[in-house]
Design a protein around this ligand. Structure first.
Ligand SMILES: *[C@@H]1O[C@H](CO)[C@@H](O)[C@H](O)[C@H]1NC(C)=O
Ligand SMILES: *[C@@H]1O[C@H](CO)[C@@H](O)[C@H](O)[C@H]1NC(C)=O
Length: 280
């Protein structure tokens, strides 16, 4: 039985804006995670078309990345796994507003490890009960976790004032700061014109079959997902003035530039970015 969690991240952006916001922020954040022989390598970033199970065609952008993150893996796994087996591959199919991302460890864990994230972006405040069309059985197993990027607790070691939505005001979009009741204040009917808001519904399933570690690791990974989604979206919002007004053409150009930069800096400097801790 897999753990199934549905994270609902409410954002002060439109669904249209978030497509740009997310891609810009992923590219920007990947620079800071790269260095010292670790980091992110972009192998593919190209349009795709595929036939779905129901026979319809889906098209979007396919990306394939390799994560080289030995220092990011919990210590006791590092002890058990062979050297060089700790990279993860991420494959993503972005048919916005629907996206699917898979993480695997093809060299070592193979089919025993998989994280799948299905995301749907919708212009509501996280009130849709079943955007992922889960079955009755899946609905029973699902846990819903709503993330309030401005008010949920953040670890002191993750906290950065420049990424605190409660202190941020966008000059270009004229939004923020996002205070204690910012979500309630967005409810339609109170403001005219309708304010910018949306929800990223992220359904995460984790499979990790290994000795007696399964439950512990699956819980641990889900906990890290919550932390990553919270921190990442705090940055997305506080970076609003950087991507506001950009187009998809701008984004593809920036992605190409950053891919080259990542290839250059990965081999240089010291290890950077978020460290995970050991599960207890
Ligand atoms: C990236 O690094 C720069 C310089 O070290 C820092 O100012 C910035 O806040 C970092 N960005 C993120 C997303 O952590
Ligand atoms: C869920 O079902 C509805 C109605 O059949 C459909 O429009 C929608 O695309 C489905 N969503 C997903 C994520 O499969």
């Amino acid at each position: 039985r897999m753990l199934l969690k549905e994270f609902r991240v409410i954002l002060p952006l439109t669904v249209e804006e978030y497509q740009i916001a997310q891609l810009w922020s992923v590219a920007e954040a990947s620079k800071n995670e790269t260095g010292g022989g670790e980091g992110i390598q972009v192998l593919n970033n190209e349009p795709y078309t595929k036939k779905l199970d129901d026979g319809t065609m889906e098209s979007g952008q396919y990306t394939n990345k390799e994560y080289h993150f030995a220092s990011r893996v919990p210590g006791f796994i590092r002890l058990l796994a062979p050297r060089g087996s700790l990279s993860a591959s991420e494959r993503a199919w972005n048919a916005y507003p629907y996206c699917k991302t898979e993480f695997k460890n093809p060299d070592y864990m193979k089919d025993d490890f998989e994280i799948v994230i299905r995301s749907i972006h919708k212009d509501d405040l996280g009130d849709s009960e079943n955007v992922h069309n889960l079955s009755a059985k899946e609905l029973k197993e699902r846990e819903v976790i709503t993330i309030d990027i401005a008010n949920d607790p953040v670890r002191p070691s993750d906290y950065q004032e420049e990424f605190d939505p409660s202190k941020f005001r966008s000059k270009k979009a004229e939004r923020g700061p996002f205070g204690p009741n910012w979500i309630e204040k967005l409810r339609p009917g109170e403001n005219i014109p309708r304010p910018a808001y949306m929800c990223a519904y992220k359904l995460v399933s984790v499979k990790f079959k290994w000795f007696g570690f399964q439950n512990r690791i699956e819980k641990f990974i889900q906990g890290q997902e919550r932390r990553l989604f919270t921190n990442f979206h705090r940055q997305v919002v506080c970076w609003m003035d950087n991507y506001h007004g950009l187009t998809m053409v701008d984004i593809r150009r920036i992605e190409d530039e950053i891919k080259e930069e990542l290839d250059r800096i990965r081999s240089q400097g010291s290890i950077r970015g978020t460290k995970v801790d050991d599960p207890s």
